[in-house]
Design a protein around this ligand. Structure first.
Ligand code: UTP
Length: 233
């Protein structure tokens, strides 16, 4: 098995972080935490497309855009959000936005931080973060999203939904498949492709609420158990 480096951490910043009414405050906090940790860790950040992606994809679909074109707009949106984080970092560390896995590997080792969005049609940034973790040999993906973790059913619909603190890869993949059958097109907490990549390379996924940047710090340090941990056990 490939050697895993504990200092290499992939952080997937879900599109929701960039989609608040005024996301500048939260993005600035991320930049501070990232800049403060870059001497101890190599941080590989992947940014999601969020509101901008959804808006353009919906409009493009109405206009008859094919899936590859809609995906390309999603990729561009995720890169725009990447530029927002690069902007917030620029007074602390000036880095280029990475466009490929090779760029990200190189920039992460040069600067201690890399930021990238999507790479190719047909996947989402969950898949990108899992592939990036493989490329750099990271054993962990921290997925910063807009709920506290993985629930047994949709917490926005069901009051009695329970958060699952720990699950294995097969359980996550089953849950993704079941919820897809229940509601086609539903946006899952983590995507099927990314989960399968994580499973094949035994990369731990920690899903936390990204609305509070302290959750990212504790997931990195492993001090406090927040959110849902997905691994082989
Ligand atoms: P996201 O990864 O942001 O999707 O990519 P999402 O499911 O909305 O995730 P959250 O809300 O950020 O967690 C947005 C869209 O961009 C395209 C896809 O169409 C995706 O739905 N995309 C993204 C790609 O085609 N390829 C990529 O590598 C990344």
């Amino acid at each position: 098995m490939m050697l895993k480096n504990n200092n290499k951490i992939v952080i997937s910043m879900g599109g929701s972080i960039f989609s608040e009414n005024n996301p500048a405050t939260l993005i600035k906090k991320y930049a501070e935490v990232i800049a403060g940790m870059k001497d101890r860790y190599n941080l590989y950040i992947v940014t999601g497309g969020g509101y901008v992606a959804r808006k353009f994809i919906d409009l493009g679909r109405i206009l008859g855009g094919s899936d590859d074109i809609l995906d390309d707009m999603g990729i561009l949106s995720s890169r725009l959000n990447g530029y927002l984080l690069v902007s917030a970092l620029s007074d602390k560390i000036k880095i280029p936005l990475s466009r490929t896995f090779a760029d990200s590997m190189m920039n992460g080792s040069i600067y201690g931080v890399s930021v990238m969005g999507g790479v190719m049609p047909g996947i989402t940034t969950d898949g990108v973060s899992a592939l990036l973790a493989e490329y750099v040999g990271s054993g962990i993906i921290i997925n910063a999203t807009n709920v506290n973790g993985v629930y047994n059913k949709d917490p926005k619909k069901y009051k009695n939904a329970k958060m699952i603190k720990h699950m294995n890869y097969d359980e996550l993949i089953d849950l993704i498949e079941t919820s897809r059958k229940l509601s086609p097109g539903r946006n899952n907490i983590f995507d099927d492709f990314g989960a399968k990549i994580a499973r094949r390379s035994n990369i731990k996924i920690v899903i936390v609420n990204g609305g509070n940047v302290a959750n990212i710090e504790s997931a990195i340090k492993g001090t406090e158990k927040t959110g849902t941990v997905v691994d082989a056990n």
